[in-house]
Design a protein around this ligand. Sequence first.
Ligand code: TXA
Ligand code: MG
Length: 333
Amino acid sequence: MEVLAPDAQGIARAARILREGGLVAFPTETVYGLGAHALSAEAVARVFAVKNRPRFDPVIVHVAASQEAEGLWQEVPELARRLMARFWPGPLTLVLPKRPVVPDLVTAGLPTVAVRMPAHPVALALIREAGVPIAAPSANRFGRLSPTHHEAVLEQLGDAIDAVLAAGPTPVGIESTVVSLVEDPPRVLRPGGTPIEALRELIPELRVEPPTGPSASPGTLPRHYRPATPLFLWEPGPPAGGEALERRRCGFLAFQRPWEGFAQVEVLSPRGDLVEAAARFFALLRKLDQAGLSAIVVEPVPEEGLGLAIMDRLRRASSGRARLDETHIWIVR
Ligand code: TXA
Ligand code: MG
């Protein structure tokens, strides 16, 4: 763990760690973020591991200029341009459909990505120097308070991350306002550092979800990622009758070692590493989903570390459990 001064040398060091896939806590105007290379699923998986999140929530991607957002979003509507011109850099996060370059883990399987440009000289210099967009949730452990000082980061994550840029207190102290531009009219998903009143000057018809409402945080919704192909969790034991599907028409998502007799098999992590498994999880699920299979059977992973988040996501994505014999999968009702 390196405690870095927020000067040119410290920022250069932090940028290098990020480029190489490490984790760096850095100040923004709102709270400290736990940063990772946003285009590396493995680096982002480490963020979830360190935060001890019980499930994957979508993460905000930080950029140093509005043009960089254009490389992450499929297209940039006129309203987004006006919001960026008025509020960036600043505590406003905008949600729009993502380009394929953004890993599915960053968006927790959603087709959209949240992007913001922070108004903090250290954050901006860091992103510029890294030369890549930086994915960062608040730098706290799950369920704990968001850190507004590097001392708070050290207290919570000091032994678990590669470096922190120690820049003292953050000026805004509450997280950014998250606005979805996918919906029409646009909707506030999380109130935050940019006041609704200011946003209404540009979006008079803006809808505001109460912070306790069901869509306040998409991470808490039960249907978060559900493939179109029915998905079943493998359960050991002999088939007990019921509905059966031909095994050679089904896909299998294995943890460590491939299984025989399926139309298509994908392996989460040959070395049995849950961080690697988490990094590949959404992409492999999507691959199987697009293969025209009758069903996807998934081997449960160990429920420790990121395995908890993977299993949480799998339970919500699955239509139930299935047992196997040589030729068929048997759906357990
Ligand atoms: O001020 C902030 O926003 C801080 C600093 C570090 O930038 N970051 C932060 O990140 O608060 P986090 O992960 O604690 O909160 C991200 C919020 C969550 O409410 C999440 O559900 C929402 O943004 N979010 C992220 N991606 C989304 C997406 N694709 N669609 C809808 N909501 C999204
Ligand atoms: Mg947070």
